[in-house]
Ligand binder design. Structure first.
Ligand code: ADP
Length: 223
């Protein structure tokens, strides 16, 4: 939010300077005023995107089939993937135990991870563009969902990624991963990132199928 607000302040000052000169330059003043309008629109867009991400009342506690949640999101996202020539592949483990949770919140997590994967690949001209979504059962009786892309890879400040407002995108909100991690943790799971091999990023989250929390070993992980 700071960036468009600061830009609006600077542009409004510029506009005033052009108007209060001895010989006011209306064209320059108009240009600066137009930039203020754009800055305000950008601030409004950030607010509405954050609202969308937070849009949900009381979390539901229902029995869910994670593969079904994944399928529903893929239906929603497939045209976006096609638009950028990205192939969406799924490897769904059969007979996954159900989890208890909020369908819309878990869809939100999947959607954030998929959109990030698409963002990481869409401007990347060469190479395969593939988003692979995998569900499996771990030996701890948890469900592990992985979203792997072949995009630009994690940023150098990968340890900052899960912090609210951290973004490397010109129009990013920096809220997706922070909200996604909160949702997963509210469900008793964990969300982390790693490098994908041979290229791209891998985002993984677990969901317990029992109420107990499990300790996790932290290997080559960020955040
Ligand atoms: P936003 O997408 O608005 O930037 P996020 O919280 O979802 O906010 O992501 C924060 C940052 O984490 C991104 O700006 C990007 O630098 C990094 N990131 C997230 N997902 C990926 C990915 N799949 N590949 C590379 N970098 C990623």
């Amino acid at each position: 939010m700071n960036q468009p607000i600061a830009a609006a302040g600077t542009d409004a000052n510029t506009c005033l300077r052009w108007l209060t000169r001895e010989h006011p330059d209306l064209n320059e003043a108009r240009e600066a005023a137009l930039r203020v309008v754009k800055d305000a629109a950008r601030a409004a867009e950030i607010i509405s995107r954050i609202r969308l991400l937070f849009q949900k009342g009381v979390p539901q506690q229902e029995l869910l089939d994670v593969n079904e949640v994944i399928r529903e999101i893929i239906v929603l996202m497939s045209s976006e993937a096609t638009r950028y020539s990205i192939s969406l592949r799924t490897e769904a483990a059969a007979d996954l135990p159900q989890v208890i949770g909020d369908r819309v919140q878990l869809q939100q997590v999947m959607m954030n991870l998929i959109i990030n994967g698409i963002d990481a690949m869409k401007d990347d001209a060469d190479g395969t563009r593939e988003l692979r979504i995998k569900s499996q059962r771990t030996k701890n009786e948890e469900i592990l969902v992985s979203v792997n892309d072949t995009g630009i890879g994690l940023p150098s400040q990968a340890d900052q990624m899960f912090k609210a407002f951290f973004t490397t995108k010109p129009h990013g909100t920096g809220m997706g991963l922070s909200i996604s991690r909160s949702i997963v943790e509210l469900h008793g799971g964990r969300l982390w990132a790693a490098d994908n091999s041979p290229r791209g990023a891998s985002f993984n989250f677990t969901l317990p199928t029992k109420v107990e929390a499990h300790e996790c070993e932290r290997g080559d992980r960020y955040g």
